[in-house]
Design a protein around this ligand. Sequence first.
Ligand code: ATP
Ligand code: MG
Length: 623
Amino acid sequence: MKFASGAKFAVLSFLCVMVFALSMGLALSSLLTRAVQGWEWENTAALARREVELRGIDTLLEAPRRAPLDESARQHFSQLMQGLPEVVRVKVWDRDATVVWSDEPRLIGQRFSDDDELKEALGGEVTVEIKTLDDREHAYERPSFNTLAEVYVPIVSRTTGQVVGVVEIYKNPIRLLTAIQRARIVIWTISLAGALSLYLVLFPLVRQVYGRQVREEALEAHAAELEAEVTARNREIETQREALFQTEKIAAMGQLLAGVSHELNNPLSTIVGYTQLLRLRAGSGPMAEQLEKIEKSAERCTRIVTNFLALARQYPPARQIIHLNQLVDDAVELLAYPLRIDGVVVVRRLASDLPQLWADPHQIQQVVVNLLTNAHQALRDVSTARRLVLTTRYERLEDRVVLEVADSGPGVPTDVRGRIFDPFFTTKAPGQGTGLGLSLCRGIIDAHEGTLRLEPTPGGGATFVIELPAAAPADTADTGRAAPRPEATPTRTILVVDDEPDVAELLAETLLLDGHRVDTANSGAAALMRIRDASYDLVFSDMKMPGMSGIELYDEIARRSPGLERRMIFVTEDNLNPAIRQFIDRTGAFSVSKPFEIGVIRRLVAVFATSPSTDESEVALRS
Ligand SMILES: Nc1ncnc2c1ncn2[C@@H]1O[C@H](COP(=O)(O)OP(=O)(O)OP(=O)(O)O)[C@@H](O)[C@H]1O
Ligand SMILES: [Mg+2]
């Protein structure tokens, strides 16, 4: 218990006890005063009645009035006074309120019919009036008295039982008042002392009880605070655990995706490469269109694999100049058939003044496709008009390009709005959604310094808004991979090293197409044997091979055939892998990522073939 509250409690309880003591003192003293006075007046009345009886005053008053009283009557009356103690004056009234006798002769014969106490006494009641004497009355009294008690005692006839008069006795009440005063002092002393003792005895007890209660309340409040804190901490831990779980999940998923992507890259290289080869061979024949479709699908698979890798490893976008409207058209085209089947009306409001973007076309297209897919899935849940509106516009002030994807579906419920961009968050049935779509989209848009958000949609549905910076760098050279068919490349001897026979074969066939001499080796060791036996102008090498890796082969070639290592081109599944990146940065070696386009391979060879020095070829390739 704190001092301040303790002192307050002490003062309060003291005041309570004092109020109790005062009330008790007042009640007791007033009761006592009344009891003592009542007893005194009854006593006086009894004495007066006895004297009246003894002196036969009632008989005198009953007898016919002879004024003035004879001597014997006066004797009787004056004896009355002698028999009464502490009496200052006596008056005897007849029924007509006239003073019949008094020890003060001047009063005899006076009439006081308005005196209330007298009237009541004539009615048969003993009445008392305590009087503080004024000057007029002092004329009759001895000056030593200030207070007088006037006791009116009815005189009752013994024969008729009627009130025949009143005897008024003036008493000096000093003794009585002094006794009352003393009794009051005693009462007050007992009350106050009792209250004080009570306070002194009870206060520590009450304080103890009160203190315990206060402590209990404080403990309860503290416990509640602790509980709230623990709940908050638990929630925080839960959130952190959830975040950690998500991070771990993403990391695990990343590894899995990286593994899957890696495994897919080789077959994809074969598909893409052979399709391109077939297209070259088929020219504009009847197969051209089908081959183009296969090539596009294969390329799309390549992009998905690349994006999964990007999600898993946060790769930076490979930027080039792109036209957002074109990407939107492509994405709608891609999904046109399923959208049509489900009766979705697609409205395109594409701005004509849209500036170009400096962005990764595959990644941005993947974002648009994801948003369209989400909208399409949401629209399947409504039976009313299924509408999908794609709007592009240029925000001149901020120099930003905006794409809005709005649907007339059920919209995103308020309680999940804050979570839809979380990885693995999905409201779809198991097997129907992984919850990666929007998180991948946001990752891509963030990497492009843009924003992706969900906006309120008047009239229902969902509106996703993408904003991307419009400004393109000064060097806007398209680094497009489709290289022009090189003219007259000199014939070269090239070694292709890859543990995947399909990839090695594809590369060999591509190179043979241009008339080069090509040998293949399925491992680093086999490659070294080939190099020992023959001389090569160029070596294409896989990076990741069982036994000797591409990097180890580079070092070995540098040792055994110095100079040739500068004419190595690496084919990697993952050329953004930090270790590979580091190696390439350190050595300045060239790398092509799988799945590759055969145009790029042919261009590379052409440049190397026409530039005897590595430095020249580097300049040629990078320009
Ligand atoms: N257009 C939309 N209308 C209503 N809800 C949407 C819309 N787009 C996204 N959502 C909500 O956001 C959630 C997350 O979307 P996201 O694209 O990340 O994952 P998903 O679509 O469930 O699965 P995935 O895209 O991996 O197949 C969805 O499950 C859905 O609840
Ligand atoms: Mg989705």
